[in-house]
Design a binder for this molecule. Structure first.
Ligand code: SOE
Length: 397
């Protein structure tokens, strides 16, 4: 209790929302860290693919409850919201059961592995009035928000074209392996669903327009890979000895190149690859408009390039004071204090948990964060890309 100018204040540390995180890999850990930065949320439970893994992780991160089966977490009456950070094939079953048990759901991308599943989850969440979000966190880089603000206030005029890429190199060698190679676990698409979905989400988000038609080519550069006998973590640098490999065939794409048409008349092209040596994890996007251009990439996340025909180009360095007022909230630190990947997650979760509070107080607005509708949108675009590539023609989205 505090008394200031005769008024009594009490910090409420009791009514924290209880959250459960399913998945003990790199992204599950990142969710837990980001959630803890919110203050108003308590990560009460985690679930892993075995009791041993869950216990180990709970111990390492100081989480009270550890479950070796996600169903136990989803049925735990103490849990209000569930974060799904598992391999893709489990997203639908977990989200469905969580919604049926009245939990809000925050799910990793891709939301599901086919459109019908996504539609069902959206119906279910609406019936139960539950909050649903998809982890398109890359929207929340402060400079991506600033791109959107520049587009909204017409800084670069009518947009003619968009170009972008999402490139990684962690799957370059035939000896690189991850569960994402397995169609049963990852779904029919790999590079597009895994990283292309972020890029296409940002493309539609910042331009405020939708892709209507696309024409794609996809490529599997290593149709046979050497799978280590031991399980490998995402982005693991562990090198196994050759005798511990087994050869497996891989059907999902390492690469995709896609031509796009947008409903505002703009056109675009994007390249997605998980086999681009030297590109660790680079999402880049450029918009070319009638009055200027904007370019940003995630490996120089705090810089935004502005290009002009008739005056010198500029680089805006992230600084809340210099950002559009409408998006300053997405930069938590002053200029010169770099923000990155973990901050994007904090910003997304901040909006999701604010929204839950607003709803509880009876003030529902339109969710400002990516929802299951946005998740489904990317699944549809992904299916269209695969269809276009296999039929060798333009398709409608
Ligand atoms: C692996 O490709 C991965 O972790 C993606 O799943 C994430 O969404 C991306 O942020 C980084 O790369």
């Amino acid at each position: 209790m505090y008394e200031i100018d005769g008024k009594v204040y009490k910090v409420n540390t009791m009514n924290k929302r209880s959250v459960g995180v399913i998945g003990t890999g790199f992204i599950g850990t990142a969710h837990i860290e980001a959630l803890r930065r919110l203050g108003r949320v308590e990560v009460k439970a985690l679930a892993g693919s075995s009791e041993e893994k869950a216990l180990h992780q709970a111990q390492a991160l100081g989480v009270e409850k550890a479950y070796g089966d996600w169903r136990q977490l989803v049925q735990d009456p103490d849990i209000d919201a569930v974060h799904i950070c598992t391999p893709n094939h489990l997203h639908y079953d977990i989200a469905k059961m969580a919604l049926e048990h009245g939990k809000h759901v925050i799910c990793e991308k891709p939301l599901v592995t086919d459109v019908a599943q996504g539609e069902e989850l959206i119906r279910l969440a609406a019936q139960r009035s539950l909050v649903h979000a998809v982890h398109f966190n890359l929207r929340y880089y402060p400079m991506v928000q600033q791109v959107k603000a520049y587009v909204n206030n017409n800084h670069i005029g009518k947009i003619f074209s968009l170009q972008g890429h999402y490139l990684q190199d962690w799957l370059l060698y035939e000896t690189d392996y991850n569960w994402r190679m397995d169609t049963e676990i990852s779904g029919k698409s790999r590079a597009i669903a895994d990283i292309g979905s972020h890029l296409l989400d940002i493309a539609e988000y910042v331009t405020g327009s939708k892709v209507t038609h696309l024409c794609a080519q996809t490529q599997v550069f290593h149709p046979v890979r050497k799978k280590p006998v031991e399980n490998v973590q995402t982005f693991s640098d562990a090198q196994s000895a050759p005798e511990s490999y087994q050869e497996v065939s891989v059907q999902t794409e390492d690469y995709a190149a896609v031509l796009l048409k947008f409903d505002n008349g703009a056109v675009g092209n994007v390249t997605i690859s998980q086999m681009a040596a030297g590109r660790k994890n680079q999402l880049a996007i450029e918009l070319n408009g009638a009055d200027g251009s904007l370019a940003w990439n995630s490996e120089r996340a705090n810089e935004l390039w502005l290009g002009y025909r008739d005056k010198p180009n500029e680089v805006l360095i992230k600084d809340p004071q210099l950002m559009d007022e409408s998006v300053r909230q997405f930069a938590s630190y002053p200029g010169g204090h770099l923000e990155g990947f973990p901050d994007t997650m904090k910003q997304l979760f901040q909006q999701v948990y604010d929204y839950m509070d607003q709803r509880d107080q009876g003030n529902p607005t339109k969710p400002p964060f990516p929802t299951f509708e946005d998740g489904l949108r990317e699944v549809m675009i992904c299916e269209a890309i695969l269809k276009s590539a296999s039929e060798n023609r333009w398709v409608e989205v």
